[in-house]
Design a protein around this ligand. Structure first.
Ligand code: ATP
Ligand code: MG
Length: 678
């Protein structure tokens, strides 16, 4: 009987599980059992209310989450399904595509994957002359814009793009739509909009689908966007058997058009909604919950709800402040190894970061320490970036001036005014391309002097250590200035590009010789390839995730890296509304932890001082290790505010406080034991 599976549920959870007909919304914080309630309710509908399993539709946001839910359901309730019966678990995309396919006879070959879409839009931008073929960031922004206006079901004339001028954007979109029509292709955005158009224009199709899915359950409802909700409204409109669970504090997809308001206004749209609130957290130790509560209470745009723990306080949250990124990566591997010695297994541990760009250096250090890892998403291979390829081409040319491909790549970056004509004429003359150009290229004296300079620079580079060499290319050869001018000309963010260069320079520092670095890039690519091939997230390996993809998951140990300003909150987030979304993102990340939470906030980033994330201060983590106190470090004193440690002397620290620029001598143990500084 099903009752045995429901024994551990609390009263509110049971009420949700036993809900039968009509709209119901479960509104609750992380770890309170929302996803758990969904799986049990499906079982209950089948066993107790005798609902046909085939008529139940369960939607989650990612394929991983939908698969996970199916597994959880099957592991408890497999015995409820007979013969061909099955429950439909899927993502919005998979469900809507199924609907489209039944009507339009699409098959998988009609779908444009994200990589193909990127290539096509890049081509269109190039052909129309509205961007530059090198600029991948622009293409990504255009793709985000297309997704935004489609997910809001807006007429293109009413949409203000962020990526480029309205006219240019309209032209790109028009060409893209024509291309797809001509080739009979649809992309992921179209799966939603075309499904919506189909259902509003074909009442018989709508009726058939309504009959097919009589009970609809949606997880992570706070991240639903307009077009998704409109479709769900159409499907559920006659019986209103719609059961949604969500948490406005975990809404993290507004950049894709998600509307957390839908969850807050759900009972206005469905007047008979039964509203159930769960406030017990079953996932995390009490320390983690109270810290998470402190953090999220800093958001103004929310409905206040408190989360209570069901667990012991547990181990203190640990904040580490290594001096550099390199040390952070090394300490991260050491920490994982010590957790393994303590008895945790690799798959108990998740390393979570804000932006994918940070994953390359983490992978570097895990590979060095032979720690098995996996990722559900693509690990960012920074060395595939076109600017990385430019820098590597410089390094290759420095090692071997006869490497024609490499020399050609960088000859005009920054520009040395060498025309294609000159290059064609020089081709094939001498194995040293620069010499060929000088002899055969019909160059003017000023062009020759640029090449002379380049030859001198190459010689200098060949004697430098990798990191110094990269810095030399950027600062002395003028690559940074070239990128700066390039971004101004293309009206794209300079910061985004410089961030990639900084990250490259920083990750290169581990390899002192240029040759070593070049070999490492090759190995990196190969091991990523092997990793992808062997990937199965059920294996015993540390999981690497962005904060976004961590949503809905849980791990015994969570390690968050790079908790510094400009990373989290991200430098792109300027206004209060986006800071609140970043805070929710951080909240999602820390509430994944069941037992242990470790946070790294290095003191320096890219050779500059890094400010600790404001979110850490808001969380009031006070137990920073005494041994971690060091000269120059920023501290916050509960009474005296922000200050910097001027000196450390046995048990005392001398701190200069920013308020009045005065110094004070403080007893370290008293400060730490009374949580006076953090
Ligand atoms: P999130 O918002 O992060 O997605 P959630 O609300 O969906 O969280 P679940 O993942 O369903 O939470 O549950 C969190 C954990 O608590 C799971 O490990 C689940 O098995 C456990 N759990 C849920 N309800 C209970 C209960 N009544 N007794 C014991 N454990 C429970
Ligand atoms: Mg959940």
């Amino acid at each position: 009987m099903i009752e045995q599976y429901l024994e551990e549920l609390n009263k509110q959870q049971l009420e949700a599980v036993k809900h039968y007909n009509g709209p119901c919304m479960v509104y609750a914080g992380p770890g309170s059992g929302k996803t758990t309630v969904i799986t049990h309710r499906v079982g209950y509908l089948i066993q107790h209310y005798k609902v046909d399993p085939n008529k139940i539709l369960v939607i989650s946001f990612t394929k991983a989450a939908a698969d996970e839910m199916r597994l959880r359901f099957e592991s408890s309730y497999d015995w409820l399904l007979h013969g061909k019966q099955h429950v439909n678990f899927g993502t919005f995309h998979s469900v809507f595509f199924r609907i489209l396919r039944s009507y339009y006879r699409y098959d998988l070959s009609n779908i444009l994957n994200e990589g193909e879409k990127f290539g096509i839009i890049k081509n269109i931008v190039r052909t129309l002359g509205v961007g530059n073929k090198l600029d991948d960031e622009l293409i990504k922004d255009i793709i985000l814009d297309i997704g935004l206006f489609k997910s809001n079901i807006l007429n293109i004339d009413d949409f203000s793009p962020n990526s480029m001028s309205k006219d240019d954007f309209n032209r790109v979109v028009l060409s893209y739509e024509n291309y797809k029509n001509d080739c009979h292709k649809i992309d992921f955005d179209d799966m939603l909009t075309k499904c919506y158009e189909l259902l509003i224009s074909q009442p018989t199709v709508l009726q058939a689908i309504r009959n097919m899915y009589q009970y609809i359950l949606i997880d992570e409802f706070q991240d639903i966007n307009s077009v998704q909700f409109e479709i769900i409204k159409l499907l559920s409109s006659s019986k209103e058997n719609l059961f949604v669970v969500g948490d406005d504090d975990q809404s993290i997809y507004s950049f894709r058009g998600a509307k957390p308001n839908f969850i807050l206004e759900f009972d206005k749209i469905y007047k008979n909604t039964i509203r159930i609130i769960l406030n017990l957290n079953y996932r995390s130790q009490e320390n983690i919950i109270s810290t998470a509560n402190k953090l999220i209470s800093n958001n103004d745009l929310r409905i206040k709800k408190s989360m209570l723990s069901t667990k012991e306080p547990g181990v203190d949250i640990q904040l580490f402040r290594p001096k550099t990124r390199e040390l952070e990566n090394k300490e991260l591997s050491d920490l994982i190894n010590s957790l393994i010695k303590e008895g945790y297994s690799y798959s108990d541990i998740a390393v979570i970061y804000r932006t994918n760009i940070l994953s390359s250096s983490i992978v570097d250090s895990l590979l060095d320490s032979n720690i098995p890892f996996a990722s559900r998403e693509n690990i960012y291979n920074i060395y595939e970036h076109w600017m990385a390829k430019d820098l590597v081409a410089y390094l290759r040319s420095a090692l071997d001036i006869n490497d024609r491909e490499a020399v050609k790549r960088i000859i005009n970056r920054p520009t040395r005014y060498i025309t294609n004509k000159a290059m064609n004429e020089a081709d094939g003359y001498h194995k040293d391309f620069i010499t060929s150009l000088k002899v055969k290229g019909n160059l003017m004296p000023y062009q020759i002097s640029y090449l002379d300079r380049l030859e001198v620079d190459m010689k200098t580079l060949s004697h430098l250590e990798t990191r110094k060499a990269i810095s030399y290319i950027r600062k002395e050869i003028g690559y940074d200035e070239y990128i700066y001018n390039y971004s101004i000309e293309k009206q794209i963010s300079t910061n985004g590009l410089i961030e990639v260069l900084d990250e490259l320079e920083e990750t290169s520092s581990k390899h002192s010789s240029i040759m070593q670095f070049i070999n490492h890039i090759k190995e990196f690519k190969e091991s990523l390839y092997d990793n992808k091939r062997n990937y199965s997230y059920k294996d015993n390996q540390v999981e690497l995730l962005t904060m976004h993809s961590a949503k809905g998951l849980e791990f015994k140990v969570v390690i968050i890296v790079e908790a510094v300003e400009d990373i989290i909150p991200h430098s792109k987030s300027k206004d209060e509304e986006s800071i609140e979304e970043e805070r929710r993102l951080f909240y999602v990340a820390i509430t994944r932890a069941k037992e242990r939470l470790y946070i790294y906030a290095p003191l320096n980033k890219y050779d500059k001082k890094a400010e600790i994330s404001r979110f850490i201060n808001e969380m009031e983590i006070l137990n920073e290790k005494k041994s971690k106190l060091e000269k120059g470090q920023e501290i916050i004193h509960r009474v005296f505010g922000k200050g910097f440690i001027e000196s450390i002397n046995k048990s005392m620290i001398k701190v200069r406080f920013c308020n009045n620029n005065e110094t004070k001598e403080l007893d370290i143990v008293t400060c730490l034991e009374n949580n006076l500084i953090y």
